[in-house]
Design a protein around this ligand. Structure first.
Ligand code: ADE
Length: 414
């Protein structure tokens, strides 16, 4: 990935040569270039600001140095050397032109008036081959700089929080660090990315502990010493949810109740206690599938209770209850950038009320920020399912599984 930073305080960006971004530069994953805006100011005092039209306090950054700086930087696009440029697909964009070497830069303008910077945005930025940060000072940059740049590149005005800094440099540091650590090949352990706060689950991370088991009278939670991976995973999941509910309830998945033909549908995360009923529902639902497809050769039909419990650890499973009765379920799991959806089940006597369609939309909405597509399997003879998935925007993928009895369907996520 190439990152250009334009600022009147180039030394402010020195920390980017330290620590992990520094390592990324040393390894060739990141090509970082810091530019002094004053190099493009042509008067004797190298002036970059002026008084605001319309009056008011403070100074505004003049458009001319910015225009010249952005023209000069985009005139030397990243090389085609894959060691320097991000290996991910460059975005298809009609503005890709020879001036930018076919790569459309994304101009990031830090400003307290921008859209909030989130982990989702960090993941989007990490997929771009070329970022240019325009660090404003004073009251900001003449708006025409952004408007003009939007004609030849993508532009995002970004805020790192609801407070005002003296300039965009600290924000550029923050955004760069959050983005660079997501570059493929940067972090040794990709699963630690998935598990951290704001990671795949969109929840805060559970508390972590290391040796010794007792310190100043505080014990490590005993479950972590059991070696029972299932119980540990369940404990961590519960702690994540508890922390998130306590500290950031705004991050909790929306579980608004929808009334569908007299049935109140509120999907909630499944727990180990749901496994028995899930198994029963699974047997009932896949018997219907067996009849529709004229085969008993369906993995879900052959699972036992332990398999169902294991599934709860490996997937994010949601259940719906009507009163005490478990009537529906669905699950999702991220692999790369694909959110796999599975085991969409509705009790046979409650079909035809839209519960399945609602659960499908719900689980799609639970896809982590970095998911770009949804995939699911259904039986080739499951006409009702195929119709429902088609209506929901799913299409058969080009490379179908060798098993002619199943169809693999996919849908792009926005
Ligand atoms: N510049 C000044 N304040 C800022 C903020 N909160 N986010 C991004 N850029 C800024």
């Amino acid at each position: 990935m190439r990152i250009d930073v334009v600022t009147i305080f180039p030394d402010y960006l020195a920390p980017l040569s330290l620590s992990l971004p520094g390592k990324a530069q040393a390894s060739g994953l990141l090509d970082l270039r810091v530019h002094d805006l004053r190099n493009w100011a042509h008067d004797r005092h190298r002036t970059v600001d002026d008084t605001p039209y319309g009056g008011g306090a403070g100074m505004v950054m003049k458009p001319e140095p910015w225009g010249a700086a952005l023209d000069a930087i985009t005139a030397s696009p990243p090389s085609a050397d894959p060691a320097v440029d991000s290996p991910v697909d460059p975005p298809a964009d009609s503005r890709a032109d020879s001036r930018t070497g076919g790569q459309v830069p994304l101009l990031v303008v830090p400003t307290p008036a921008g859209e909030p910077f989130t982990q989702r945005m960090a993941a989007q930025l990490a997929r771009r081959p070329w970022l240019i940060f325009a660090c404003g000072r004073y009251e900001g940059i003449d708006q025409r700089v952004v408007d003009d740049a939007a004609g030849s590149m993508d532009v995002r005005e970004v805020s790192i929080g609801d407070y005002v800094l003296n300039g965009g440099e600290a924000a550029a540091l923050v955004v760069t660090e959050a983005v660079v650590r997501l570059l493929p090949g940067f972090m040794g352990n990709a699963s630690s990315l998935a598990e951290e706060s704001h990671g795949d689950a969109g929840l805060l991370e559970y508390p972590v502990y290391t040796k010794p088991p007792t310190w100043r009278g505080h014990d490590v939670p005993p479950v972590l010493l059991t070696g029972d991976h299932g119980r540990i995973a369940a404990w961590r999941c519960a702690e994540s949810l508890r922390r998130t509910a306590e500290r950031r309830p705004d991050l909790l998945p929306a579980t608004a109740t929808v009334a569908l033909d007299g049935v109140e549908v509120t999907p909630v995360l499944a727990t180990r206690a749901d496994a028995g009923e899930l198994w029963t529902l699974q047997q009932a639902c896949w018997l219907v599938e067996a009849l529709a497809n004229d085969t008993l050769d369906i993995p879900a039909l052959h699972e036992d209770l332990e398999d169902v419990v294991e599934g709860l650890h490996e997937w994010r499973t949601y259940v719906v209850r009507e009163g005490a009765r478990l009537i529906a379920s669905v699950r999702g799991r991220l692999d790369g950038d694909t959110w796999h959806v599975g085991r969409l089940m509705v009790a046979p006597d409650l079909r035809g009320r839209g519960i399945g369609r609602h659960l499908l939309a719900f689980v799609e909405g639970q896809a982590p920020p970095n998911a770009r597509r949804c995939e699911l399997f259904t039986g080739a003879g499951s006409a009702d399912n195929l119709r429902m998935y088609r209506r929901a925007g799913y299409r058969p993928v080009r490379d179908q599984p060798a098993d002619a009895g199943v169809r693999l369907l996919a849908k792009r996520l926005q």
